[in-house]
Design a protein around this ligand. Structure first.
Ligand code: BG6
Length: 302
């Protein structure tokens, strides 16, 4: 069976190769595993809560309608917890949409969100439908989101795929194609242009790269070999995050404590500015993670 549904999960198995599969937890519609030919490509904490009591520490949590915590008291999302409520709500499997490549959709509307949480966004005034499409390709995983404003008032939101990539050792990898991109470094609170030809990791890392053209891809490269390629559609920003030693120690659901060496978050999103969505309108964004790839060097100067 290419698509199997249990009470808490949806499992997709590639019809031509059962060693290629993925698992989606209905809680948060979080993809918690993507195996390409038997090799796990996503990082999931050993202490991740998979029972719906917390957002999942690992896989691909979904960030909506706010990235981080709003600092603007007057903003409609000010009262929401960090990263909003999509990653912390029970999504529903809508069904399989295509056989080749294998695609399923999951949906979320206000009625599924904890009412106490939903109320914190603009006093519960915003009516929306989220549809997540998850595709398991031969050597890729695509997650696409459609946000529809089904209400009568306009609203604004951030979207982000908080993707935790599993890697052999973060100190051995570099990531390309952020060179000359605008960047906000969350650790020092400063804006600058990224100047490194490749970014590398030797300490805590938390940067928002902004307004990067859709045709620019990001690649995680280990000793000259591409491990994973990240492609984006209509998601201009990308957060790159590694908690390193101290921050990992402070997260109860982060295990093992040296797990930061085995993970790197590359998070395509629309977070530098809000998407303004008029009543009745729809917005779409998409990321594709591809196993391997040829090294491609691109610039952010146009
Ligand atoms: O602990 P959370 O809410 O899952 O967030 C994890 C990280 O998410 C990243 O996207 C942020 O840039 C970090 O600042 C944050 O620490």
């Amino acid at each position: 069976m290419p698509v199997e549904e249990t009470e808490t999960k949806v499992i997709l198995t590639h019809p031509a190769d059962e060693s290629t599969s993925l698992t989606i937890l209905k809680h948060g519609a979080t993809v918690i595993s993507w195996k390409y030919k038997g090799q796990e490509k996503l990082w999931l904490s050993d202490a991740a809560k998979l029972d719906g009591s917390k957002p999942v520490r690992g896989g691909i949590p979904l960030v909506f309608p706010i990235f981080g915590k709003s600092k603007d008291e007057k903003h409609p999302a000010f009262k929401l917890p960090q990263h909003g409520f999509a990653r912390n709500s029970p999504w529903e499997l809508l069904g399989q949409t295509t056989e080749n490549p294998l695609t399923v959709q999951l949906g979320l509307g206000p009625e599924q969100v904890d009412p106490e949480l939903y109320k914190l966004w603009d006093d519960g005034k915003n009516d929306f439908t989220l549809i997540l499409s998850v595709t398991l390709g031969d050597d890729y995983l695509t997650t696409g989101i459609e946000v529809e404003n089904t209400g009568s008032n306009d609203f604004e939101f951030n979207w982000l795929f908080h993707t935790y990539l599993r890697i052999p050792d973060v100190t051995d990898v570099v990531v390309n194609n952020f060179t000359d991109a605008k960047c906000y470094d969350q650790l020092i609170g400063e804006n600058y242009f990224e100047k490194s030809p490749m970014i590398s990791f030797t300490e805590e890392f938390d940067r928002i790269y902004k307004e990067i053209d859709s045709k620019v891809i990001f690649q995680v490269v280990e000793f000259g070999k591409v491990l994973t390629t990240v492609e984006r559609d209509n998601l201009p920003d990308a957060v790159v995050w590694n908690p390193w030693i101290k921050k990992s120690e402070g997260m109860a659901d982060f295990e093992p404590k040296d797990g930061y060496l085995k993970m790197l978050c590359i998070e395509p999103g629309h977070v530098n500015s809000f998407v303004h969505l008029k009543a009745g309108e729809k917005w779409n964004g998409k990321q594709t993670l591809r196993n391997g790839g040829e090294i491609k060097v691109q610039t952010n100067i146009y």
